[in-house]
Write a protein that binds this ligand. Structure first.
Ligand SMILES: NC(=O)c1ccc[n+]([C@@H]2O[C@H](COP(=O)([O-])OP(=O)(O)OC[C@H]3O[C@@H](n4cnc5c(N)ncnc54)[C@H](OP(=O)(O)O)[C@@H]3O)[C@@H](O)[C@H]2O)c1
Length: 329
């Protein structure tokens, strides 16, 4: 790991595999931009502040509605000289399920680039391992619109995106070991990242080992359990063991979660549109968790937040969805 930020906080970075030559490494901490509703003005103010503090990695998706304001504020940051050049930034976006059809992928990425006012992304991810009816941009997805993904055709189009120079790297999100293993079997350009839910309440031990063995970097989303959002849970930030560790270390619960992720060797995207918390979330690189802390975290009962019921709006019992989901998510 090396350091790239020239601001007060130096954010470590990881080199991605199977990325285009000369690509910049990925800063371990990225700023998430998913919010419902999204306050674009607040987000833009926070991104400027984040850049001043040392954030260089920003996570968006066509589904978040944050690509356009993010593009505007990044252009402003460049104009203001807060970053020297586009090359200093690391921008991730994601392919929505209704565009996860071979012929729609390059156009969808071009649309994201146009929204972001960028010539290329650093990382483009398949948002979910499921396709849905073209032209349907709703979340949660209507069960009637779900379609199985043609993984080989979709991945070949993702590879084309990288070959065309529209993105430096390609990867996946919300992929289980089984689905990731499937892509790795035929990929000419292997996925370099799998962005998944991960925090002390959903530790992803099996996926972590699988990704490590296959040179895939995990990016943890909802590292604080998406506290206070309509898809998240407060259980991470209210966990008693994490609270005890935080008190003993003189840190916040959020910092304990983020430090734990950093020590797991994964990268993570955390969302805060609050300037103090933005700064707090960077305060994790100059202290360590102890063995005793690890023992406590090890004993936390595991509970996944993002269930298929979050993704699909239907009354259940989700019989058709079960076939698309492999039960490992
Ligand atoms: N690939 C996927 O399917 C997927 C799914 C979900 C999320 N994501 C990405 O991951 C990013 C992060 O995940 P997330 O937004 O779901 O959840 P998160 O980062 O775990 O939590 C965000 C929530 O925590 C609060 N927060 C942030 N820092 C805090 C701190 N230090 N102390 C107390 N509260 C704090 C934020 O409020 P304030 O803003 O008020 O600080 C916000 O309500 C998203 O924004 C998105 O970019 C990807």
């Amino acid at each position: 790991m090396e350091s790239a930020s020239d601001s007060s906080i130096r954010v470590p970075e990881v080199q991605l595999s199977s990325t285009a030559a000369g690509s910049r490494p990925m800063p371990v901490i990225g700023l998430g931009t998913a919010a419902d509703p999204l306050d674009a003005a607040a987000m833009k103010a926070v991104v400027l502040e984040a850049i001043k503090l040392g954030y260089r990695h920003f996570d968006t998706a066509s589904m978040y509605g944050s690509e356009e304001p993010l593009g505007e504020v990044l252009a402003e940051a460049l104009r203001l000289g807060l970053v020297g050049s586009r090359a200093e930034l690391f921008i991730t976006s994601k392919l929505w399920s209704s565009d996860a059809h071979a012929d729609r992928i390059v156009p969808a990425l071009r649309q994201s680039l146009s929204n972001l006012k960028l010539d290329y992304l650093d990382l483009y991810l398949i948002h979910w391992p499921i396709s849905c009816k073209p032209g349907t941009y709703v979340y949660p997805v209507d069960e009637a619109d779900l379609m199985p993904m043609d993984f080989e055709a979709v991945w070949a189009a993702m590879e084309e995106c990288q070959r065309l120079g529209l993105t430096k790297s390609i990867g996946v999100s919300n992929f289980s070991c089984k689905k990731l293993g499937n892509i790795l079997n035929f990929a000419k350009i292997p996925p370099t990242v799998n962005q998944v839910e991960m925090n002390p309440l959903w530790q992803q031990k099996k996926l972590k080992e699988f990704c490590k063995a296959n040179n895939v970097i995990i990016t943890a989303f909802s590292p604080l359990g998406a506290r206070g959002t309509n898809w998240g849970t407060n259980e991470v930030m209210e966990n008693e063991s994490l609270k005890e560790i935080a008190e003993a270390r003189g840190k916040s619960i959020a910092q304990v979660c983020l430090r734990w992720l950093y020590e797991q060797g994964v990268t993570f995207v955390v969302k805060s549109f609050n300037k103090e918390r933005l700064k707090e979330n960077l305060g994790i690189f100059d202290w360590e968790l102890t063995e005793g802390d690890y023992e406590k975290i090890e004993r936390i009962p595991q509970k996944k937040m993002m269930l298929k019921e979050e993704f699909v709006s239907a009354k259940g019992p989700f019989k058709s969805v079960e076939e698309l989901w492999d039960g490992e998510l």
